[in-house]
Each structure stands twice: as C-alpha cells, then as structure tokens.
Design a protein around this ligand. Structure first.
Ligand SMILES: C[S@@+](CC[C@H](N)C(=O)[O-])C[C@H]1O[C@@H](n2cnc3c(N)ncnc32)[C@H](O)[C@@H]1O
Length: 263
C-alpha cells in the first residue's frame, strides 16, 4: 500500500533547542498548541555486567568511533568526520545491538553512519561486530540518548534517518515518552536534507498510526510508502531487525513507514 501528500511550508518556524527533560515552550507549526518535552524514552542503560574483554572493547572502540561533539561543524564538514571517504551521512536512533546499522554500512559503501544508543551492552555488541568487519572508518557511535546528538548535528547534514522499533511505551500514561514524536520530527526536519528519507517501523499498531499522524501533520514531511510484514519483500534494502524478529515470533505483524523530508 502506498500513500502520499503534498508538503505545505510554514514560514518563520521557531528553531527548537530542547534538552533532555526540558520543556519546549513554543509550538513550531500548526496543530497541537500543547508544549512538548524530550523525555527519557529508553529503558535500562545496562544489562549483564561487562566482562573485562567487553570493557576493553568498549573503551578501545569508543576512542576511535565515538562522535566527537567538542566543536560545532558545518553540514559540508560532517562527511569529513569519518576516516573513510563518504558522500552521505545517515543516522540511526536506537540501533539496539547494531545489526541494521552494520548491514546498511556494508551495503552502502558511499555512506557514513552515525548510530545513537544508550544501552551499553548494545553498544559493545555493535562495536565488536564493526571492529571484526573493519567498518570503523564509516560508523560513528553516540553512546547516549540521541537528543544531544540531534541538537549538535548541523542543519541539512543527513541524507537518511532510521527509527526502527523504538520502545513502545504501551501504557497510556507513558505515551509521551515515545521517541517518535512531533518534537523528533521537528529536530529531524532541521537535520535532514530536502528529499532525504526517514524510516520508521513498529510492531505496535497505535504507535505506527501515531507516527503516520505526526508525519501527516508536520509541514516538513510526507509519507511515501507504508507496508506491513505481509509485504516485507517490497523493501529488500530494509533488513529484518532483532525486534522485528521477536515480534514475528510472537505473532505480531509490523508496520513500516517511509517518509520524505520535503524539498
Ligand atoms: C526496542 S529496541 C529496538 C532496537 C533495534 N532498533 C531493533 O529494531 O532491533 C529500542 C532501542 O532504542 C533505544 N532508545 C530508546 N530511546 C532512545 C533515545 N532517546 N536515543 C537513542 N536510543 C534510544 C533503546 O535503548 C533500545 O535499544
């Protein structure tokens, strides 16, 4: 199933500079006038205690792969951030153990990938694979909540972004913790280049519906494709992630949404 809409532009939108857990006072576009906050959207930061080998891997890996936010960059400088030559920079928020991040890096040698993930054991798993596969020159890791990265990245510097199976926060009172929100779209609207793709997936039907609504309500984005697990083969460059596998084992269908940053 596919759908599309034209993108309206709103002049003079306020630039948002929210920090984690801070209140953003100005609504940036038409629609809800309620203020939005960037809340903690992840569960635990640590799982099983790291072995000595894993601790060493973490510190060695982050020495070379951690995103260095010590100075502000211009959009055209971001590609030079990677030790290998890349022509595009892609972002994944919440990469888990990094399977999708690494798959995309291997399939797309022209792209440098930045992954944000606060779960330390996931970061270690990703560093282990990327080191073994020699991908350290094209992958950067932000081992934290994505918000500080989103606020640091230069405007119009990203050619693609992924938010795949974000924590579902199924209880109604926790919904505002969902990372895929109008505020995230505001941030990504600033960071993505015109025409850039934003991919979202979830096995939680009302999260996928909300994601669609947020995209449809936002002047910077249009929805270009929606499909479910039944049509999985329609996107061969969209590999199955660990959480998608878990959902299908448990009998839940997933929804996949491709959006475009309007030109
Ligand atoms: C349900 S897991 C999905 C992992 C992976 N994308 C997959 O599909 O297998 C969601 C991940 O998003 C991460 N996450 C949640 N909020 C985040 C945030 N604000 N910034 C970066 N990562 C976040 C969590 O730590 C968790 O690893």
């Amino acid at each position: 199933m596919g759908t599309s809409r034209s993108c309206g532009r709103v002049e003079g939108r306020a630039q948002l500079i929210g920090e984690a857990e801070t209140r953003v006072s100005e609504p940036s576009h038409g629609g809800s006038a309620s203020p939005e906050r960037w809340l903690r959207s992840y569960g635990r930061r640590k799982g099983r205690k790291l072995s000595q080998h894993q601790s060493e891997l973490l510190s060695r890996g982050l020495t070379t792969c951690k995103v260095d936010m010590s100075r502000q960059l211009r959009a055209e400088e971001l590609a030079g951030f990677f030790s290998e030559l890349v022509s595009e920079v892609w972002l994944e928020i919440g990469f888990g153990a990094g399977e999708h991040l690494i798959w995309q890096a291997e399939q797309n040698p022209h792209a440098g990938l930045i992954g944000a993930e606060p779960y330390v054991n996931g970061v270690v798993a990703a560093l282990s694979t990327l080191e073994a596969r020699g991908l350290g020159g094209r992958i950067k890791i932000h081992p934290e909540d994505a918000i500080s990265l989103l606020n640091w990245l230069p405007e119009a510097s990203l050619s693609r972004a992924f938010v795949l199976f974000p924590d579902p926060w199924p209880k109604k009172r926790h919904r505002e913790r969902r990372v895929f929100s109008p505020l995230l779209l505001e941030k990504l609207g600033r960071l993505l280049r015109p025409g850039a793709e934003l991919r979202f997936a979830s096995d939680i039907a009302d999260y996928a519906e909300a994601a669609m609504e947020h995209a449809n309500a936002h002047p910077d984005f249009e929805v270009v494709q929606i499909f479910t697990s039944a049509d999985r083969s329609s996107a061969p460059d969209w590999p199955v992630t660990r959480y998608e596998q878990k959902a299908s084992k448990e009998g839940r269908s997933s929804t996949f949404i491709s959006m475009r940053r309007c030109v």
